[in-house]
Write a protein that binds this ligand. Structure first.
Ligand SMILES: [Zn+2]
Length: 515
């Protein structure tokens, strides 16, 4: 970018009446393998994302060995032709990329390689072996190191192990991103642990997809923000990112409520309905299912699988969608406890009756995060935004291998922030929101030439219509590209032109010391 004077261009974009921003930087995503399999990366580009920080939550695509391939966040059976970070970067350069990406090496991947997938404390020799893998990746050009301390085989790793590994990262001026050791009852300790790593090693630490789940933990956001503020006052470098949705793993209601015997979350809602309805029409089966749901809901929950996959309170289930011809429209937007009280029935029975009577269009969402905590994180000037998405294309995310019903965040994170929180609710100023999507991550992570519209900077740009911008997916049918993003430029070339994908591959893998 620069002053072009009288120069003319082969392509001119009329941006009158539009907002022009730097390309959005996704502070937390997982497109490491998907970008290789589908370089255009439509779901990211469509949101105005021109750069992502990848290799998060401990999952990196290198070092790739026989004993850690199962850790990859992508389909088994796809031929992946690399082992080291260096080979991965070569493959990506050869296949091309639709967006820019900053690579990180992941603790889970390295730990699985060295401990052969076992989740136990590491010996001194094993820590030395992990350090060698981290050093190899940093030498090859990785920018940072990530952990997934909630996930097998990393839960048994301790603070000393993380500090040892991050010390290597510090030698290369890298950063540390942390999926911390719990986002519910342990969240305060977990944030403190991440800050302690930063304090001991001097690296910047980014707390990944911060959120506080479970009613018993509601109201803790001010404390977390204060802990981070105090650390910064102490010259410790700490920041965080968040998803723009108050959800956890079981974002869609049925998965949170129904046991696997009654609902297969790998299949669509439509495919699940016939068997589910058969069960609910049988009085005995209905009674048993209700008892099982209520027992699961009631029991104390510890550990990632339980806390995030199973709901604990009917108040956390919100009615999002009903058939147009429904006679229950007065229940839309209510939580199940309130709705059931209004109908004079128990929540579980209302849930069953809506499944039976509302057709395919009955949609619920599981919201385990408090609205005020969510708002506190959302409005903090140090919070960045992350999709936490596997960037790809709608058809590919619908393939059978993808056992995750894609969360709407895959398609609409950045448009949602601008549409819902900036334009509609006016809880964020446009300029501050854009800064936290662009300049803040660029400054904090130290991404040269990115994040600003400034002379000498790369022309990563978004032209958007603030009046039209927004998500087009729903919780039940999340797969839809957002509206209102007219043009996206990656390194000076249009990736989206007048709302259409150009399928140009102008992105780059931004290894250490490259721009
Ligand atoms: Zn994570």
């Amino acid at each position: 970018m620069g002053r072009l004077g009288e120069a003319t261009a082969a392509r001119e974009i009329d941006a009158s009446g539009r907002v022009v921003t730097p390309g959005f930087i996704d502070a937390h995503a997982h497109s490491d393998v998907s970008l290789y399999l589908n370089p255009v990366c439509e779901t990211q580009v469509a949101q105005g994302i021109t750069t992502e920080i990848m290799g998060n939550c401990g999952y990196s695509p290198f070092p790739l060995l026989a004993n850690n391939r199962g850790m990859l966040l992508d389909p088994p059976g796809v031929p992946l032709e690399w082992h080291s970070a260096e080979e991965y970067f070569e493959r990506m350069a050869a296949s091309g990329m639709g967006i820019n990406a900053f690579p990180q090496v992941g603790h889970l991947t390295v730990r699985a390689a060295v401990l052969n997938g076992e989740d136990r404390p590491a010996t001194g020799d094993e820590i030395e072996a992990m350090k060698r893998h981290v050093r190899d990746a940093m030498e090859a050009g990785a920018r940072g190191f990530s952990t997934g301390l909630d996930y097998h085989p990393s839960t048994a790793s301790d603070l000393e192990e993380i500090v040892d590994l991050v010390t290597i990262v510090a030698e290369y001026g890298g950063w540390y991103t942390s999926h911390i050791r719990g986002y519910s009852h342990n969240v305060v300790n977990a944030v403190a642990e991440a800050i302690e790593v930063a304090r001991r090693t001097g690296v910047r630490v980014q707390i990944s997809h911060l959120g506080i789940c479970g009613r018993k933990n509601w109201g803790r956001a001010p404390r977390l923000l204060a802990i981070m503020d105090n650390a910064r006052r102490d010259s410790v470098r700490v920041a965080c990112d968040m998803m723009a949705y108050p959800t956890a793993g079981a974002w869609w209601g049925p998965r949170a409520i129904l046991p696997a015997s009654a609902y297969d979350w790998r299949k669509s809602w439509d495919e699940n309905l016939p068997l589910l309805r058969d069960a609910l029409r049988d009085a005995q089966a209905r009674r048993e299912l209700k008892a099982e749901i209520e027992a699961r809901r009631d029991r104390p929950k510890y550990g990632f699988q339980e806390e995030f996959m199973i709901f604990s309170d009917w108040r956390d289930i919100h009615i999002e969608e009903l058939a147009p011809e429904s006679s229950h429209h007065h229940l839309l937007g209510m939580d199940m406890t309130t709705a059931a009280a209004a109908e004079g029935v128990e929540p579980c029975d209302l849930f069953f009756d809506l499944i039976l009577n509302e057709g395919e269009q009955f949609g619920t969402v599981h919201v385990p995060i408090s609205p005020t905590d969510f708002r506190d994180l959302l409005t903090d000037n140090w919070t960045m935004f992350g999709t936490d998405a596997i960037g790809s294309a709608i058809p590919r995310l619908g393939e059978p291998w993808n056992t995750i019903q894609p969360h709407p965040r895959h398609y609409g994170t950045f448009p949602r922030v601008l549409a819902r929180f900036v334009r509609d609710e006016q809880s964020l100023e446009l300029e501050r929101a854009v800064r936290r999507m662009t300049g803040l991550p660029a400054d904090y992570f130290g991404l040269p030439g990115r994040g600003y519209i400034r002379e000498g900077y790369q022309a990563d740009l978004v032209v958007l219509d603030l009046g039209r911008i927004g998500e087009r997916g729903t919780w039940r049918v999340p797969s839809a590209y957002p509206a209102g993003i007219d043009h996206v430029l990656v390194n000076g070339v249009e990736a989206i032109s007048n709302g259409n994908f150009t399928r140009r591959l102008e992105g780059r893998m931004l290894m250490r010391e490259s721009r």
